[in-house]
Design a protein around this ligand. Structure first.
Ligand code: TTP
Ligand code: MG
Length: 395
């Protein structure tokens, strides 16, 4: 616990995440109510909505049919999970520049630990970086434990930053209604209201025996701790991805080696991008091929140096292809990078000639892609035929 006490905890939570991504990518949606979710006709529910829509009473998990009634003038969107997952990866990778101690708790929410005293300063920098580089609004709450960081974040929403230190609990937390405490849902709140407990301060002052009658032993003890701002849960760092892969089953078998190589080029660019977005490099690069008769081969090579460069991934998959790809035609081609390490473990060797230039180019490409999406950039060398077929990205 000594280590936990020496750190500040920041909770970062993007505002109206899916809706904000849509407003970022479609300027015409900005300032307007945007509702993302399933369709009303198929009994869909709201995933999330912009703050403009929240003013009409729309919220997550509400039946879409009700959202349509409350806010008929909104922009209704089905959402794009693949895009939101990719943006989430970028956001998490950005956090890694500020601290290695990150626990992602959902697609848009993560706890970060930083040295004691640096929480507010770091949170402000992170908010600015997410705003400048990814053009998304982020709210951050800072304290010395997860519970208070989470409550501080709730107080600062949207697009804000706030702290709630343990010594401020009586003055800032106790006047608030019970629902600000995670774990107190509408049912528990109702039970406590019935015995006159309305604020967090009321809860903190109630003898445990009274709470046990209302909530049961375990919940009663936890609620009393929470009402006093006490939370001993440690930060549990996320497990890193072990590999990234891309594969394509072709609509019609690919016959020529050049067309197959164009597919590998596209996959190398995708994998390089995903590695860089996650701040990682791969030591192993692999190739998977399926022939017209369904025979499948996989081969890989472990490199002397980990890489996140498209050209290096492509060089290795083409080498494997030339060695064991046979004559074709091919039904499926896949590329995979594994044996991942974080980019912070920098190479002690000088980069090979041309690498610096490519890294700069890669950086520009990544920025453009972050801004305008996947399909905007591709190398002229790619053949039109390689776009056909079914793509399956994986971890
Ligand atoms: P949240 O962080 O809970 O919500 P939010 O980011 O939309 O809004 P805010 O944090 O400002 O209150 O959830 C993150 C995303 O997860 C959200 O954009 C959509 C998705 N989600 C659902 O699909 N269904 C749900 O019921 C909830 C709560 C979220
Ligand atoms: Mg959010």
């Amino acid at each position: 616990m000594a280590e936990a006490q020496a750190r500040d905890i920041i909770l970062c939570d993007l505002d109206a995440f899916f809706a904000s991504v849509e407003q970022r990518d479609h300027p015409e949606y900005r300032g307007r109510p945007v509702i993302v979710g399933g369709s009303a006709s198929s009994r869909g529910v709201v995933s999330t909505c912009s703050y403009e829509a929240r003013r009409f009473g729309v919220h997550s998990a509400m039946p879409m049919a009700r959202a349509v009634k409350l806010c008929p003038g909104a922009i209704f969107l089905p959402g794009n999970m693949k895009l939101y997952r990719a943006v989430s990866e970028q956001v998490m990778a950005l956090y890694e520049r500020f601290t290695p101690d990150i626990e992602a708790v959902s697609i848009d929410e993560a706890y970060l630990a930083v040295p004691r005293g640096e929480g507010l300063k770091t949170a402000a920098k992170i908010r600015r970086a997410v705003r400048d580089e990814l053009e998304l609004p982020l709210t951050a709450g800072v304290s010395t434990n997860k519970l208070l960081a989470k409550i501080a974040c709730g107080m600062a929403k949207p697009d804000g930053l706030d702290s709630l230190w343990p010594e401020e609990v009586p003055q800032k937390l106790w006047p608030l209604p019970l629902k600000v405490l995670p774990g107190i849902g509408p049912v528990s709140a109702e039970k406590l209201h019935r015995v006159g407990i309305k604020t967090v301060g009321d809860l903190a002052a109630t003898p445990e025996s009274v709470l046990v009658q209302q909530l049961g032993q375990a919940a009663a003890a936890e609620c009393r701790q929470h009402a006093r701002g006490i939370d001993s849960r440690p930060l549990e760092p996320v497990r890193q991805a072990k590999s990234f892969s891309e594969e394509q089953t072709f609509a019609t078998d690919v016959a020529g080696p050049e067309a197959l190589k164009a597919v590998l080029m596209e996959q190398a660019e995708e994998l390089g991008y995903r590695l860089r977005a996650a701040g990682m490099r791969a030591r192993t690069v692999g190739l998977k091929l399926r022939f017209a008769d369904y025979t499948t081969i996989t081969r890989d090579v472990t490199l002397a140096e980990a890489t996140d460069r498209d050209s290096e991934i492509y060089r290795v998959t083409v080498q494997l292809f030339e060695r064991c790809g046979g004559e074709g035609p091919w039904r499926l081609a896949g590329s995979r990078v594994s044996n991942l390490e974080t980019s912070r473990q920098l190479t002690i060797f000088a980069p090979p000639p041309g690498a610096v230039k490519e890294d700069k180019l890669g950086e520009v490409r990544d920025r453009l892609r972050n801004k305008y999406g996947t399909e905007v950039l591709f190398r002229a060398r790619r053949l039109a035929g390689s776009e056909a077929g079914h793509r399956k990205p994986g971890r």
